[in-house]
Design a protein around this ligand. Structure first.
Ligand SMILES: C[S@@+](CC[C@H](N)C(=O)[O-])C[C@H]1O[C@@H](n2cnc3c(N)ncnc32)[C@H](O)[C@@H]1O
Length: 209
């Protein structure tokens, strides 16, 4: 929790309580359904919560905006972001039913009112979103293909609507066909070694009616 407050000092009491509760919820659910690797559960806040919240450092979401989390697994990055932005609507999607069941349990445990979770392949999901977030799901080319047509026409934020993807390592090859992509290194925001090679990639996407 100290780690979260180090980087996000302005949390309400409710948000602090929800972040604290995450550890217990994931520890319990992970015993039944493995959504976080055994090693990572001890470092839940660093490797999952703060990493997810890296997106918030790059793009604070405005009230009323809509965010799609593709391949959310056990709820990352969607759940930490939904705690941080209670006035933003989050749609968490995963093709594995058991993972969505864990997400539903965590959402109801935290009493989050701003999260909807759907068990589906994202290609079959309709709806328009300001931003589409993700971590560790697919290469950019495949991902862009999946989410085409899911971007809202009107931009509420100064930054253009599009993808905000948590990526690691050297992205030159993966992004060579995307000159409009911007890479934001998370080491500029977080000092822990874990973030040295991590970044958020913003790729603006056009509205397609
Ligand atoms: C490596 S896990 C990452 C989970 C989570 N984003 C995280 O970082 O902890 C990848 C997830 O993507 C989901 N997935 C893969 N392709 C998908 C698709 N086309 N639509 C929805 N979910 C998909 C898988 O079921 C899996 O849960």
């Amino acid at each position: 929790m100290e780690l979260i407050l180090k980087y996000f000092p302005d949390l309400t009491d409710l948000q602090k309580a929800q972040f604290v509760q995450l550890q217990e919820l994931y520890e319990n659910w992970n015993l039944k359904i493995n959504v976080v690797s055994r090693k990572d559960i001890d470092e839940l806040y660093l490797r999952h919560v703060i990493h997810s919240l890296g997106i918030a450092k790059i793009q604070p979401f405005l009230a009323g905006s809509k965010i799609l989390d593709v391949g959310t697994g056990g709820g990352f990055p969607g759940i930490p972001l939904a705690i941080l932005f209670p006035e933003v609507q989050f749609h968490l999607v995963d093709s594995i039913g058991k993972k969505i069941m864990v997400v539903d349990e965590v959402v109801s445990g935290l009493q989050l009112q701003n999260v909807k979770a759907t068990n589906a392949r994202v290609e079959t999901v309709s709806g328009k979103y300001d931003f589409i977030v993700s971590r560790a799901v697919a290469q950019m080319e495949t991902f862009v293909h999946w989410v085409n047509g899911k971007i809202a026409k009107k931009s509420l934020h100064e930054r253009k609507n599009g993808i905000l993807y948590l990526k690691g390592g050297d992205l030159a090859e993966e992004l060579k066909f995307y000159p409009k992509a911007t890479v934001f290194p998370l080491a500029d925001y977080f000092e822990e070694d874990f973030f040295e090679t991590k970044s958020v990639v913003h790729l603006p996407l056009k509205y397609r009616g």
